[in-house]
Design a protein around this ligand. Structure first.
Ligand code: IMP
Ligand code: MG
Length: 442
């Protein structure tokens, strides 16, 4: 019966990891359904701080099964590094399953990722350079290599030989780069296959049977839905197919859409973006930018630098036009608002409620990049609370100004805010409604 999807409602890095970590206690299966190791989740629990890129954030609960679904692209070296990191820190991964249908990031993918960005010049996206985009291009072009291929020597030899001939033509003729050698890739990837063999299986059937038994399945989105190919800020998006949008959850794990009963949208209390592309509420200089980027005023250690690439994230005020749009296009039933603590030092806080484009007031996503670049945010300004909130666990104990801020976001989005995070630790959260049960706090 019921699957729940947790998505990032903005451009990624909203704090999905901690929200997944929280809800996973009620679920028996936790599954990643899209993207690759371009994604990065930070999770802090009693064992310490962990940066995960491929393994689902449910891995810390040993009684749950964690699945890397068919919709994910896997860099085997990166996955093995992550597995080693987890096991060396005492986290068991015996509960991990990997889809035999997941596509593999091959050595040419990161090379092409970077070469393509250079070739694009002013059209460059600012990708993570992980090869994720090119691996999805190959999936769609129907020349991808899947996990099952790595486990079958004959199939892999044949596929690699033919694919590499093609890719070497691309590398040498289009990008002017040296060709790659067949034998080392063959040996390395067959060895990866052997190491990952214990985990690779038919996850489609596994998840479908869990669903048929009525078990709760948590589908863990990656990145943010504004990076979606179809409904995001194209072309400054990621190439994931299926997308990380809520609907992609069904495809990327092999369930039907009717299995999804709830969608949790994770939204940062302000906004960040890494990579290029429009961001109407961006603050590009000055004290407010510093305050948001360095996380001044919030819990320690919450500065805005990428988990995957270490890049400084672009920062800006909460954009309710985009938030309402993503809530609707993903069927969000419950909002988790993260990093409220990071706003604690501001005297006043802005929320974008519309854009001015030329002489028009607009409350929808601009259709073209030219319009997006011209969109001037129209702000509502709310008073700040200017006090520490990292210890607060009940809505009633938040300063009135902070409650007003949360309620305003809820009203603008038209979806209840059920969880508010006030610090990166597992316990630093206010849960106002148990999405599996009912009211906790009003
Ligand atoms: P790609 O996914 O590496 O192709 O990058 C495409 C765009 O998505 C770039 O703007 C990246 O910065 C952005 N992106 C990809 N993964 C993440 C993520 O996990 N968090 C935030 N941005 C991401
Ligand atoms: Mg991230």
């Amino acid at each position: 019966m019921p699957a729940i999807v947790v998505i990032g409602g903005q451009w990624g890095d909203e704090g999905k990891g901690r929200v997944v970590d929280f809800h996973s206690q009620y679920c028996s299966v936790i599954a990643r359904y899209s993207a690759g190791n371009n994604a990065g989740h930070t999770i802090i629990n009693e064992r310490g701080k962990f940066a995960l890129h491929l393994v689902p954030a449910g891995i810390f609960r040993s009684d749950k099964t964690c699945v890397i679904g068919n919709g994910v692209v896997i860099d085997p070296a990166k996955l093995l590094d992550e597995i080693d990191m987890l096991t060396s820190r005492g986290v068991s991964i015996s509960n991990l399953l990997i889809s035999q249908h997941a596509h593999v990031i091959m050595p040419w993918h990161p090379i092409i990722d970077r070469a393509e960005e250079t070739l694009k010049g002013d059209l460059a996206i600012g990708t993570t350079g992980t090869g994720t985009g090119p691996a999805f291009h190959d999936k769609v072009a129907r020349i991808g290599i899947r996990m099952a291929d790595l486990l079958d020597g004959d199939s892999f030899r044949w596929k690699l030989k033919n694919t590499l001939e093609y890719k070497n033509k691309v590398l040498t003729s289009l990008y002017g780069l040296p060709p790659l050698e067949y034998q080392p890739i063959l040996d390395t990837y067959l060895a990866y296959g052997e190491k990952l063999r214990p985990y690779v299986t038919d996850t489609l059937t596994f998840v479908q049977e869990a669903d048929a038994r009525g078990e709760m399945i948590l589908l863990e989105g990656a990145q943010g839905v504004l990076l979606d190919l179809d409904t995001g800020t194209y072309p400054y998006v990621t190439s994931s197919v299926p997308a990380s949008v809520a609907a992609g959850g069904a495809i990327g794990i092999g369930l039907g859409p009717t299995s999804i009963s709830r969608v949790v949208g994770v939204y940062k209390s302000y906004q960040t973006r890494v990579g290029n592309g429009p961001m109407p509420t961006e603050i590009t200089s000055g004290g407010d930018m510093e305050m948001l980027r360095e996380g001044l005023g919030g819990a320690a250690g919450t500065a805005e630098y990428g988990t995957t690439t270490g890049r400084a994230r672009r920062v800006g005020w909460f954009d309710s036009v985009l938030a309402k749009y993503t809530a609707r296009s993903n069927g969000v039933t419950s909002v988790a608002l993260t990093r409220l603590d990071s706003l604690s030092a501001f005297e006043s806080i802005k929320i974008c409620v519309a854009y001015e484009i030329g002489d028009q007031r607009v409350t929808t996503l601009p259709a073209t990049l030219t319009d997006a670049a011209r969109a001037k945010p129209i702000y509502e300004e709310l008073p700040g609370w200017q006090q520490d909130v990292t210890h607060v666990r009940h809505l009633a104990d938040l300063p009135p100004e902070a409650r007003q801020y949360v309620h305003r976001i809820q009203d603008l989005m038209g979806v209840p805010v059920d969880m508010i995070s006030v610090g990166p630790e597992r316990h630093q959260a206010i849960v106002t409604r148990d999405i599996f049960g009912g009211a906790i706090q009003s």
